[in-house]
Design a protein around this ligand. Structure first.
Ligand code: AMP
Ligand code: MG
Length: 469
């Protein structure tokens, strides 16, 4: 069913992974299928009806010429080093068109530790929707091809159904992959992994390991700036969840921040707020430091320090350009930093919905603020209006430009939850597909779906997210 297949990581020796096969589950059925993701590996919409589709993407029918594997890695989790992690419930089953095809929830592996190797339907739906939504926002991310559901019960806080999600990524190598070989003193393997990464994923840096590390630093900085600009809060930014490619990886208890709160954290297990929204830029730097430690057998400390020094400028350049665009400023003036700070303070103090504020800004954002916050908004709006007088674009041009960077639709937690409820309670998967399609065009008005741009009702129950998925 797949053409254009290849094998890159799987050609490395078994030091880097364990070869094994998937553990198929009872009564598999198709839950969701993303056409845009399918196109990446050369499949069209009809592929979902192919007799081999379900057996291929549950790992039951192997991809020809490919030995499936689970990769080894380690990493820092919540600040502490864990010597061995690895794909505890994931299996790479093939590669096509430069994309690794990985099943998540495929059963036990040598790295499962205390887990059951499975993923629950709810977490597959969340990862599936968010991967595709992030891609549509233009933010680098792994992709999601499909979800296959089952009747197999799995125990979490309560008994749920197991599912598998097929994830696509040019590579699943993590910061933690390098940490594993460094901390076990396997320096030859470490060098091999660096060589592999550069050869296949950073060919412009062949023979320039220091330049490659700097590139990883800058990509990570830009990725996190992109997250801050839309309110995406990853929730578990451990080094094993950091892609070496600088793309969003491992969606767990993530959420888009709705009411602005700098200390927002979606992960209820993260009591100290280590991975809160406002911490993400600093955490990116901390994680890159851990990567630098892992690379220190191969690279001089000067080269690593030099690379790390690029983090802050790369982050600020991306963030400030992005914030300027969100505010509709085509000119760049020194006082803009102050306006950006005032804007963030206004949103934080008034707990304004981050996404709705910027979307409404070219028309009239005042209507979004409660009576008690009108004065604060008016004060800010005066400064903003004064700044706009220094712009050359007319209001119409500005609005058009702002609408291309300020999304109307994001994956709000209650929207994903509604799709999950329907899927779990009624075996009705239509809301998953509907939501994916709406989020495919986040910058379009789509007036018929205006309700999907709204925050949850004031009296809506709180949705609890944890690492257990
Ligand atoms: P995460 O925090 O989801 O990125 O997972 C951290 C580590 O735990 C990774 O090595 C995962 O493969 C592993 N893991 C998470 N859930 C399970 C599970 N249900 N069974 C086996 N391993 C798991
Ligand atoms: Mg992970």
């Amino acid at each position: 069913m797949l053409n254009n297949t290849q094998r890159r990581f799987g050609n490395l020796p078994e030091t880097f992974y364990s070869a094994l096969s998937s553990q198929p589950f009872a009564h598999p059925h198709l839950v969701a299928f993303s056409e845009p993701a399918a196109a990446l590996i050369g499949l069209d919409a009809s592929a979902q009806n192919h007799p081999d589709f379900i057996s291929t993407f549950t790992g039951e029918k192997p991809v020809e010429g490919f030995q499936p594997y689970a990769a080894v890695y380690s990493g820092h989790q919540f600040g502490g080093y864990v010597p061995q992690l690895g794909d505890g419930r994931a299996l790479t089953i093939g590669e096509a068109n430069g994309w690794e095809i990985q099943l998540k929830g495929s059963g036990l592996t040598p790295y499962s530790r205390f887990g059951d190797g499975r993923a629950v339907l709810r977490s597959c739906i969340r990862e599936y929707l968010c991967s595709e939504a992030m891609a549509a926002l233009g933010i680098p991310t792994t992709r999601a091809l499909c979800i296959i559901g089952s009747d197999e019960p799995v125990r979490r806080e309560q008994v749920e159904r197991a599912a598998m999600m097929t994830r696509l990524s040019p590579s699943h190598i993590r910061f933690g992959s390098f940490e594993y070989f460094a901390h076990t003193n396997q320096h030859e393997a470490l060098q091999q992994l660096v060589d592999f990464t550069i050869e296949h994923h950073f060919p412009a840096f062949k023979g320039d390991e220091a330049g490659w590390y700097t590139e990883v630093v800058e990509r990570t900085a830009r990725l996190i700036a992109d997250w801050q600009l839309v309110g995406f809060t990853h929730g578990v930014l451990n080094t094993d969840n950091m892609s070496i490619l600088g793309i969003t990886l491992d969606y767990g208890p993530f959420a888009f921040m709705e009411a602005f709160d700098a200390g927002f954290t979606p992960n209820h297990s993260d009591e100290g707020g280590r991975y809160a929204f406002e911490q993400q830029p600093a955490v990116g730097m901390w994680n890159l430091n851990m990567l630098a430690v892992a690379l220190s057998p191969l690279l001089s400390s000067d080269a690593l320090k030099e690379g790390l020094r690029r983090y802050e400028p790369a982050f600020l350049a991306r963030f400030e350009a992005g914030m300027r665009a969100k505010l509709g400023l085509a000119e760049s003036l020194p006082e803009d930093r102050m306006l950006m700070r005032d804007t963030i303070q206004l949103l934080h103090k008034t707990r304004m919905d981050y996404t709705r504020f910027f979307r409404a800004l070219p028309d009239d954002a005042s209507t979004l603020f409660k009576d008690e916050h009108q004065a604060e908004y008016a004060e800010w709006a005066k400064k903003y209006a004064a700044r706009l007088t220094q712009e050359n674009r007319n209001a119409q041009q500005r609005k058009a430009a702002m609408h291309t960077v300020n999304p109307k639709y994001i994956l709000r937690t209650h929207l994903a939850e509604a799709a999950i409820r329907k899927a779990e309670d009624e075996q009705d998967f239509s809301e998953i597909d509907k939501l994916r399609r709406i989020l495919k065009n986040p910058f379009d008005e789509q007036p018929e779906y205006a309700d999907y741009a709204l925050p949850p009702a004031d009296d809506a129950p709180e949705i609890c997210l944890s690492c257990s998925s």
